[in-house]
Every structure is written in C-alpha cells, then in structure tokens.
Design a protein around this ligand. Structure first.
Ligand code: CP
Length: 301
C-alpha cells in the first residue's frame, strides 16, 4: 500500500498519467492562478529540495516561487557547488537530502533512464524537472494549460511540434499529454533530428503541413546535445525549419505560437516572432507558477 501511495505522488512523466490526473492538475492550476493573495500557508513546515544537476532558469525559479507561494521551504541544491564535484552519485545525493527530512524533491538530470530507478528507492515524492531527452512533464503541463486557457479546450485541436525532436524531452511529454487530452499531434523535423521511436505515435509532416496547425510548438535546437555537424549552419536551419517572420505572417488567424524557451533567436524562431501578437512564450512562462503550485500541492498533500 505504501508503495502505491509513493508512486501516486511522484510525477516522473506524462506517458502513463491518466486524463483524470491531468485534468485535476490543470483545474487546480486554474484555482491557484485565480487566488489573489501571493502567498498561502498551506504547506508551512514542509521542505522541498530543488535538485538541479543541469542548468535551468524557468523551471528552477518557477518551482521555487510555487513552493514559497504555498508556504513551503525551498531548499536549493546546485550540483556545481555540491559534493557531486567530489564524485558523489545522484542517488547518494538525493538519499542524503531525503535523510535530512525533505518532504518532496524536484529533480533535473542530464541522463535519461535513471529517474524511474531512483524513484523506486526514494521514499519522498519526486517531481521530474526534465531528464535527458526523456520527459519534462511540468513544461508540458504548463503548455497544456496555456493551450486550454486560449482555446477553452484541448480536444480536437491540431498541434504541430517542430524542430529538434530527437533531443527534446518537451516534445515527448507534450506528445503524451496532448494525445491523452484528445489533441492530434504532428511532428516536423530535419531527418537527422527525428526520433524514430515516436513514429508509431505521431506522423512526421513537412514544414508546410505543420504550419497549418492550430498550435505551432517550436523547439529549441539543442546545440549542447549535438554531435558535430548536425546542422550545416544556423542560417540553413532557419531557412528550412525556422519560424521566420514570413512564415509567421502566413499562419491562420487563430493559430498560436509556442516555445518552451530559452529561444535561439534567429535560428528556430525569428527575433520578431518571439514577441509576435500570437506568441504565447511569456504566457507559458507565467503559467509555469500556478501549474507547478498544483504539482507541488499534489506531491505534498
Ligand atoms: N523551458 C525550460 O525548461 O527552461 P529552463 O531550462 O530555463 O528551465
């Protein structure tokens, strides 16, 4: 029984999260977005460790704000100034913080495939803040929230995810979450940035077809994860797969533009498109706080 309870409170990914759970998280985020007071004392006395083994701005700080708005104590762990530098493993680091009495952990990892195993041996709820190219569930949740907020519903919409699918945990979590919520998803990427294992789940389409979608979700070209020579040049990528001003001008009037950020300006998206009237990039960032409040509440409740 205790195992079941622990696993219900982890949030490792959206692939197997039922629609009822997604809806509950999104509904609660709507509540937190509507609460006028900045800080509640709902979780006073609870400690949440933000354990980032890879760099972050949006995810890390919005989790910290979310925790503080819920009255919890946020403990910030940064691998670069920790005993990880002396060779301590991820497991020993998380186990150490658990032994000190944290109530939940938010964790971002460079490698994929170790979080599930880690979660089996850790007794406090773990929230995946991005693991390798596997999943980034809270990014996808805030994306779902943003789409729902704009269109009123997700079911029936066509979402095109465009760019570096191969290296993208955002693409994977969105694919799972969007399909569970009833959207149809198309993928669009250069041949060497396609993820073949996703083919059974969503078709790869041309850029022209992708730009017909209701939601254009652009991805960052993850240069830090590339082997040499994956793109010929930034200009070449922009020409074939970038959301240029010219392409943005031809989108249907109801189409919205999204990007998880940070943006490689003038590579996957033109500078002017970042602030386009239909760009939701800063709305996505804003929505990260109530969505992560909902996720932290689920873990601590
Ligand atoms: N979108 C996102 O995960 O951004 P950070 O890497 O800054 O957290």
């Amino acid at each position: 029984m205790s195992t079941l309870i622990r696993h219900d409170k982890h949030l490792l990914g959206l692939k197997r999260l039922p629609k009822s759970e997604l809806e509950a998280i999104l509904n609660r985020a709507t509540y937190w977005a509507s609460v006028p007071s900045k800080v509640s004392n709902a979780f006073q006395g609870s400690f949440v460790a933000n354990m980032f083994f890879e760099n972050s701005t949006r995810t890390r700080f919005s989790f910290e704000i979310a925790e503080k708005r819920l009255g919890a104590e946020a403990i910030n762990f940064t691998a670069a100034v920790s005993s990880v530098q002396k060779g301590e493993s991820i497991h020993d680091t998380v186990h150490t913080l658990e032994s000190m009495g944290i109530d939940a952990g938010v964790i971002r990892l460079k490698p994929s495939g170790i979080l599930e195993e880690l979660a089996e041996s850790i007794h406090v709820p773990l929230i995946n803040a991005g693991d390798g190219n596997n999943e980034h569930p809270t990014q996808a949740l805030l994306d779902l929230y943003t789409i729902q907020q704009h269109f009123g519903q997700i079911a029936g919409l066509h979402v095109a995810i465009i760019g570096d699918i191969l290296h993208s945990r955002v693409a994977r979590s969105n694919l799972w979450g969007l399909q569970t919520m009833g959207a149809s998803v198309s993928l669009c990427a250069p041949n060497n940035m396609q993820a073949p294992e996703l083919l059974p789940y969503a078709p790869y389409v041309s850029m022209e077809q992708a730009l017909q979608a209701d939601v254009i979700m652009m991805l960052r070209v993850q240069l830090e994860r590339h082997d040499q020579g994956m793109i010929r040049s930034a200009e070449d990528y922009r020409k074939h797969y970038g959301l240029t001003e010219e392409r943005a001008a031809k989108l249907a009037p109801h189409t919205i533009i999204m990007h998880p950020a940070p943006v490689n300006r003038n590579v996957e998206m033109d500078d002017a498109v970042v602030d386009h009237k239909r760009s939701k990039i800063f709305t996505q960032i804003k929505n990260g706080v109530p969505v992560r409040m909902s996720v932290i509440e689920r873990a601590l409740s």
